[in-house]
Design a protein around this ligand. Structure first.
Ligand code: ADP
Ligand code: MG
Length: 640
């Protein structure tokens, strides 16, 4: 082909024969079963087959050129017309057998404008664009569908049959050779889906095998410090808590401590719904590592969360002689004193921990909270701060199993599957916006009883992001109104545009109860822990994603009192109703996550930070769970 076509293909990522084989059609079009011209109706794209009986070019009044030929299939005649394409004159031969695909534009005379055509060749050279299920490819500027399809046809026929099978056998799906054929030119529409599944399976196997290899490489080469610990501090820590660990917490702590005691570096994901009590498990792990004289780094995605962790862990760990330091963009505790005393240190921080200038020797454990907010690259950078430390990542976003298996396939998983008891249940209510006055009465009554409330808006102020609808209320605009409505209870405002100090000051006032109501954007989504807050009102709830709403809901119901999650929305589209229904139906984060994946697909669910997201060409994380399971089983039997 010429350089221009080659450049166009390159823009599609097609540089080799293999790339073209893997260039997935966007969809297929069924161009089989020619219809009788006499039976045609307007509008429906259809295939016709007949003889070209006459042709000619004309110039019309107004200067437009018309070329047309007449197709006769024995039932009727059809005018096939092309406007302003004079060069078509001379392309066709009268008397040829033709296939024509297009939509009927008029009945009298029966005519199609700019249909696709293909001559029926004598012999067995099948027509490529007609009389079959044809692929419709994603294209790029200047690249004609037909040209690409012809190329695919010749390449698929020349090369797909010699695509080899991998080292494992796959039952009940086509071979790779057949799959590449059917992916492009299936005999039936189902065939292309089965072809996709086969290629997706291989893709998942490769991915899983790669994860396994990397993991085995780490674990066979690297030696972590085995931290069995003397156990006295951990015991003291647990005795000092106002609660007993739940069975689930004890179990996962046991799993973590077993890992820490080994010289194979731990790579573990601690997976637990919001409020399941991951922090205290982390604290116990930090203590075990400290018992061996090693330090810990704990990274959290926001300053509020880092600060909250630092405060809480200070009260738990400093009595044991562990120094707790905070490091964020705005706050650098010195770790010098810790070195001087030679005691173990915990540094809690945000991304600031990743800065080159920050170094701490003897890091035995790295913990990442709300892991899904970070990319894999950030995880690895933090790990490089120590000499092969143990790694514990924690997430409150329950990830559907498909995603967990692919994204976290290189991690062992511990799950806290029971929330601590002694909690009030959270009830979820969906209300139309005109019920706001009654909702406000309800919130006032809660405040009267000494409880606290969150009110959440989807955006900050008037000048906010263009994506939010014009009628969405802004936090700033609402603040005044709410202050009056809730007086004498005090209302504070929290949003992403405030400085870190301001945010922290507000959070602190809310924590101490000086503020009764916190008016906020989704800053409160992650990790904030105020057990006395029992109500959350979310306005314009339709603007939020399902997982996001579930995360918000996790901020309440953390104390002994019954809690209420109130969603205000006037939108009644099926998608919105479905999201709300999921939330009222279940409190189980895994169920919410599965539903979210089903409703939105994996990209959105993971957010832009998931730079570690594998780009699957054929695999579809929202529906290929059983293929992923199969792939895992296959990969585990492969020789490394
Ligand atoms: P998350 O898993 O969302 O990070 P947290 O660690 O913030 O949850 O815990 C939520 C709340 O539950 C905190 O107030 C914590 O002190 C409390 N908590 C944790 N474990 C228990 C337990 N076993 N019994 C009672 N309360 C607990
Ligand atoms: Mg947490």
């Amino acid at each position: 082909m010429g350089p221009e076509r080659a450049a166009q293909l390159a823009r599609l990522g097609v540089l080799t024969i293999g790339d073209l084989l893997e260039h997935r059609p966007r969809r297929h079009e069924d161009r089989r079963h020619p219809r009788a011209i006499a039976s045609l109706e307007l509008g429906q794209p259809t295939l016709l087959r007949g003889t070209l009986v006459a042709q000619g070019a004309r110039r019309l009044r107004g200067g437009r050129g018309l070329f047309e030929f007449i197709l006769d299939d024995g039932t009727a005649r059809l005018h096939c017309r092309w406007w302003n394409m004079p060069y078509m004159d001379g392309w066709f031969r009268t008397g040829d057998e033709m296939l024509v695909f297009g939509k009927l534009a008029s009945q009298k005379p029966r005519a199609m404008d700019h249909p696709e055509t293909e001559r029926v060749e004598a012999g067995d050279d099948a027509p490529v664009h007609m009389d079959r299920i044809v692929p419709i490819y994603p294209l790029t500027e200047g690249l004609p569908q037909r040209w690409l399809r012809s190329l695919a046809w010749s390449i698929v026929h020349a090369h797909a049959p010699s695509v080899p099978e991998p080292a494992y056998t796959v039952e009940n799906l086509p071979t790779r050779a057949a799959a590449f054929g059917h992916l492009h030119f299936p005999d039936e529409l189902d065939d292309s889906e089965r072809a996709r599944q086969r290629l997706a399976l291989d893709e998942f196997v490769d991915f899983q095998a790669d994860l396994r290899r990397r993991r085995m490489a780490v674990q066979s080469r690297a030696r972590a410090t085995a931290c069995a610990g003397h156990g006295r501090w951990s015991k003291q820590l647990l005795a000092s808590l106002p609660f007993k660990l739940t069975g689930a917490q004890q179990r996962v702590l046991g799993e973590i401590q077993r890992d820490l005691a080994a010289s194979v570096p731990m790579r573990r994901l601690l997976h637990g719904d919001v409020g399941s009590g991951k922090t205290v498990v982390a604290a116990a792990a930090i203590t075990t590592v400290a018992e061996c004289g090693r330090h810990t780094l704990l990274m959290a995605p926001t300053e509020i969360l880092a600060d909250q962790h630092a405060r809480l862990l200070r009260t738990w760990l400093e009595p044991l002689g562990i120094t707790v330091a905070l490091r964020t963009r705005h706050h650098h505790d010195s770790t010098e004193s810790g070195f001087a005393s030679r005691g173990p240190i915990l540094v809690v921080g945000t991304h600031a921990l990743l800065e080159e200038s920050f170094q701490l020797p003897e890091v035995g454990l790295v913990i990442i909270d709300e892991q899904h907010k970070f990319g894999v690259e950030q995880r690895n950078r933090l790990l490089r701060k120590g000499a092969c430390p143990h790694l514990l990542v924690m997430t409150a976003t329950p990830i559907p199993r498909t995603l967990a298996l692919t994204l976290y396939g290189d991690l062992d998983v511990s799950v806290i599957d029971h929330l601590p008891g002694g909690r009030g249940a959270v009830r979820t209510h969906v209300r139309a916006a005109d019920r706001l006055p009654r909702v406000m009465d309800f919130i006032r009554a809660e405040l009267q009883r000494g409880r606290q409330a969150y009110v959440v808006y989807p955006r900050v102020g008037e000048e906010s992001e263009e994506a939010t609808p014009a009628d969405v209320k802004g936090v700033e605009r609402e603040a005044g109104r709410l202050e009056r409505a809730f007086a004498p209870h005090r209302v504070g405002m929290l949003h992403g545009r405030m400085s870190a100090e301001e945010k922290e000051r507000i959070m602190q006032s809310f924590r101490t109860g000086a503020l009764s109501v916190l008016l906020a954007t989704t800053v409160v989504e992650v990790g904030v822990d105020v057990p006395n807050a029992t109500v959350m009102l979310v306005e314009n709830a339709e603007c939020f994603g399902l997982t996001q709403l579930h995360q918000l809901r996790g901020r309440i119901g953390r104390g002994p009192h019954a809690a209420h999650f109130i969603l205000l929305s006037d939108q009644k589209t099926p998608a919105v109703l479905e999201r709300m229904a999921v939330l009222t139906r279940t409190q189980d984060g895994f169920e919410v996550a599965e539903a979210d994946l089903r409703l939105r697909g994996p990209g959105d669910l993971l957010g832009q930070n998931q730079s570690g997201m594998p780009p699957f060409r054929f695999g579809d994380l929202s529906r290929d769970l059983s293929l992923i399971d199969r792939a895992r089983a296959i990969a585990s039997k492969l020789r490394a």
